[in-house]
Design a protein around this ligand. Structure first.
Ligand code: ADP
Length: 413
């Protein structure tokens, strides 16, 4: 099978100075990057936070200068107006930045959207229809689209779905063993998330190794505040840890990951908690934070060094879950060519990497301690030379991946 490598797609059709504006609209924030898809570097980066609160916070970085403002930001319309005014005021001038398209990150495309899609009113309406599956995200994305399309009408707007990479999951991997008609009626199945990152990183691995993507079996560990693991066979996702929502799977900064669903019944019956309270508990108050009080791994290691037992257990639970998944994905893939770490923890935390890969020599995997300690922004191999499975660190870049998918789609039209 010929698998296109997303790291290369669509680039030849565009000029070296062309840019894409990538927008990530959340419920109370808008993050943006003006990206040069050919070179890969961000031209400008910023975000508007605390939309709708008393005081919004706006940060815009361009040409080494950070502009920071605090002012009320009523809604997403005002947020984008402020962003466009900042581009005009401190640069870069969007009229001269060769903006060829706007890419909108969308968390949930469910089984409706399996590839980047040109946005029109109908597409927007469909994304909104999927809101029950992503109530915090999809409505905010659509708000962002509406405003951006109005304020930047001259260029195509493209939705890039975080779930799209998982359209290839086999039925046996995405089906929950839940009563069939209930699952069907409420669209309950595993959809996955972080797909843009998993796809970008697995494509990058092939390029760095100079190998054909279609020949590589990979296990990709996206370990940020949210965390997920994906088995990628020949460039195609065959299993992933996130499910109907990003709550399933690995232990995360503030999320439980896998937990017996009967805990929900137990808390409802015995602690009198409401569904919303349990939702909040599982998503915001659990994970590493719930076990140790901190969700940043730098703080977690500091606590462990001080002898904090809760922090030590939190890390033990985190590592144990990861190793369990790696074993499971080994069984799914049969042969594993590469295990790759990415995102904030995966790229920076040598302790986590060393512990996840410890004692796996019988499986042909071993980390080189010196390579593991090396700090770099470049993709790199950190395993020993004799191993049959490479271990790599590959920085993710979701904005660049989105920008490249936007130019690929436009080039195709
Ligand atoms: P998000 O899921 O919010 O996109 P990121 O991928 O940016 O998250 O990862 C953020 C997390 O990465 C932080 O919460 C922190 O735990 C971790 N992190 C960042 N830098 C380091 C570091 N130098 N060492 C260990 N962990 C780090």
């Amino acid at each position: 099978m010929n698998v296109p490598n997303p790291a290369n797609e669509g680039l030849s059709a565009y000029g070296a100075s062309d840019t894409v504006l990538v927008l990530n609209s959340g419920s109370s924030s808008v993050k943006y990057q003006l990206v040069n898809p050919a070179g890969g570097e961000p031209v400008a980066v910023g975000n508007v936070e605390r939309i709708g609160e008393e005081e919004g916070v706006i940060t815009h970085k361009f040409a080494g200068i950070t502009t920071k403002r605090r002012q009320p930001v009523k809604d997403h319309t005002e947020a984008l107006e402020i962003v466009l005014a900042l581009f005009a005021e401190v640069g870069p001038d969007l009229d001269r930045a060769h903006v060829v398209g706007v890419g909108h990150r969308v968390v949930q495309g469910a089984d409706v959207f399996s590839k980047p899609t040109l946005i029109d009113d109908e597409v927007q309406a469909k994304i909104l229809e999927l809101a029950p599956l992503a109530p915090l995200h999809n409505p905010a994305h659509v708000q962002g689209m509406e405003v951006a399309r109005r304020l930047l009408p001259g260029v195509p707007h493209v939705a890039v779905f975080d779930s799209a990479f998982f359209a290839t999951l086999p039925e046996a991997a995405y089906t929950y063993a839940l009563k069939k008609d209930v699952a069907k009626k409420y669209a309950i199945r595993r959809y996955g998330a972080h797909g843009t990152s998993h796809q970008y990183v697995s494509g990058k691995v092939a390029r760095v190794l100079g190998r054909d993507l279609s020949q590589l079996n990979q296990i990709v560990l996206h370990l940020g505040n949210g965390a997920s693991i994906t088995a990628v066979k020949g460039g195609v996702a065959v299993e992933t840890s996130m499910g109907l929502t990003p709550l399933e799977g690995l232990v995360m900064g503030t999320r439980t990951g896998d937990i017996d669903p009967a805990v929900v019944f137990h808390l409802a019956r015995n602690a009198g908690m409401s569904i919303d309270e349990i939702d909040h508990l599982f998503n915001k108050e659990s994970g590493i934070k719930g076990l140790s009080g901190e969700n940043d791994f730098r703080e977690l290691h500091r606590l462990i060094e001080e002898g904090n037992e809760d922090a030590k257990l939190a890390l033990d639970v985190y590592i144990h879950r990861l190793r369990k998944y790696i074993g499971a994905y080994h069984a799914i893939l049969g042969r594993v060519d590469v295990i790759v770490f990415t995102a904030g923890v995966g790229e920076n935390d040598d302790i986590v990497r060393a512990r996840v890969i410890a004692d796996l020599e019988p499986m042909g995997v071993a980390i080189d301690p010196e390579r593991n300690l090396e700090r770099s922004k470049e993709p790199r191999i950190i395993s020993r030379d004799w191993t049959s499975t490479h271990v790599m660190v590959v920085p993710t870049n979701e904005e660049l991946a989105i920008a490249r998918q936007v130019v690929a789609l436009i080039a195709d039209k």
